[in-house]
Design a binder for this molecule. Structure first.
Ligand SMILES: *Cc1c(COP(=O)(O)O)cnc(C)c1O
Length: 375
């Protein structure tokens, strides 16, 4: 048997009948940038997240950058973010000329540690970016409590958690403003690159819209120096079709997560992920921890199971961020977990037979290690 890491084709098959005629219409009219499909998707996505405003942009990295700029992050400002995230979270900060200030994560969920955030705050802190990693809700509320009165804006990186929720609301509605990515492999993915910013603040939404359209909301009237970062109509059509299925697809991910827990409950040597109490996660990634991760990953691949690592290198240990001058030992939990984490195949259309095969192969690989047996 072969189990892919994810299966996007099944997603497109579900929406093809709905999307292809609309794409044909768009080709006929050639109204590719903005327009009704984009307006419609923006309202639908805002309603879905439980916020007043959603602004479509070109990708998730732009969404973070524009959200940061909208709340006033400037050259030389400090922005606090977790050491274990996709590099885009930090890149968005660096592109402004601001400084990413990394903090460690909690050992159970690998989400940003609120106490570490507080300890990292200085006079120059201009924003905090919790990341809803793996589809789990980061402790945004706790960070807001601990920083209440500081006026420091909190920007959710919601690239991996569309549809997840805490008792207060959905991811994308918990902070000052939020950024998301519709990269094809995300829970809500486009047919190419796309992203969005969500917020309840009309002024921030206005600034993001203006920044993404060359600093302008009226043609050829430029209020600020912006960029070109817009959502294409052909993407909006796909996103609207998929948004209608997102709750179903997320429920299927949760069912798959339940089944993994069930299967793993009898397997020694594999630490399954722990849901954040009181939240509804959407399992963008199902990340277990094992010893001898590299060997286990290779052996899974040899037996047809595509697993992955998210992410192999904490940001401070990447060549790109070597300039931060932070060596090994700076963020112990991010570093130790990066040697042990393993993302198992996880997608809405995964079958029970596929999951059984994944766990069978994982158990065998892990047993070989503890028994010291040859492969
Ligand atoms: C995917 C992702 C991004 C970047 O999104 P793009 O659309 O690829 O630019 C940012 N942060 C996290 C946590 C992501 O997973």
């Amino acid at each position: 048997m072969k189990v892919p890491f994810l299966d996007l084709v099944s997603q497109q098959n579900e929406i093809a009948d709905e999307v292809l005629p609309k794409w044909q219409q768009l080709f006929a009219t050639s109204a590719f940038i903005g327009g009704q499909p984009v307006d419609d998707f923006e309202s639908e996505f805002a309603a879905y997240c439980g916020v007043e405003h959603a602004v479509g942009v070109a990708n998730g990295t732009d969404a973070i950058e524009l959200a940061l700029r909208a709340v006033g992050v400037e050259v030389g400002g400090e922005v606090i973010l977790p050491a274990n995230t996709f590099i885009a979270t930090a890149e968005a900060v660096s592109r402004i000329g601001a400084i990413p200030v990394l903090v460690d994560v909690d050992p159970v969920h690998l989400l940003i540690d609120p106490d570490a955030v507080v300890a990292a705050i200085t006079q120059r802190t201009q924003a905090i970016v919790p990341v809803h990693l793996y589809g789990q809700v980061a402790p945004v509320e706790r960070i807001l409590q601990l920083t209440a009165g500081s006026g420091i804006p909190v920007i959710e990186d919601n690239a991996q958690a569309q549809g997840s929720s805490s008792p207060v609301g959905r991811a994308g509605s918990l902070g000052t403003i939020a950024a998301t990515s519709f990269y094809p492999g995300k829970n809500l993915g486009a047919a190419g690159d796309a992203g969005a910013v969500t917020t309840n603040d009309p002024e921030l939404a206005h600034i993001v819209r203006s920044l993404g359209a060359h600093g302008s909301t009226t043609k050829y009237v430029h209020d600020r120096i912006g960029v070109n970062s817009r959502l294409d109509a052909i993407q909006a059509v796909v996103l609207s079709a998929k948004l209608r299925r997102l709750d179903d697809w997320n429920a299927r991910r949760r069912a798959a997560a339940e089944y993994y827990w069930h299967l793993l409950s009898t397997v020694e040597g594999v630490t399954a992920p722990t849901p954040v109490a009181g939240t509804v996660p959407v399992w963008h990634l199902y990340v277990v921890q094992v010893d001898e991760r590299e060997r286990v990953l290779t052996e899974l691949a040899e037996h047809g199971v595509s697993a992955a690592i998210h992410y192999p290198t904490p940001l401070h240990l990447t060549e790109a961020y070597s300039g931060l001058g932070l060596g090994r030992g700076s963020y112990r939990i991010a570093e130790d977990s990066s040697d042990r984490i393993l993302s198992l195949p996880m997608f809405p259309h995964i079958t029970r037979a596929q999951q059984e095969y994944v766990v069978e192969q994982l158990a065998a690989a892990v047993a070989r290690s503890s028994a010291g047996l040859p492969v």
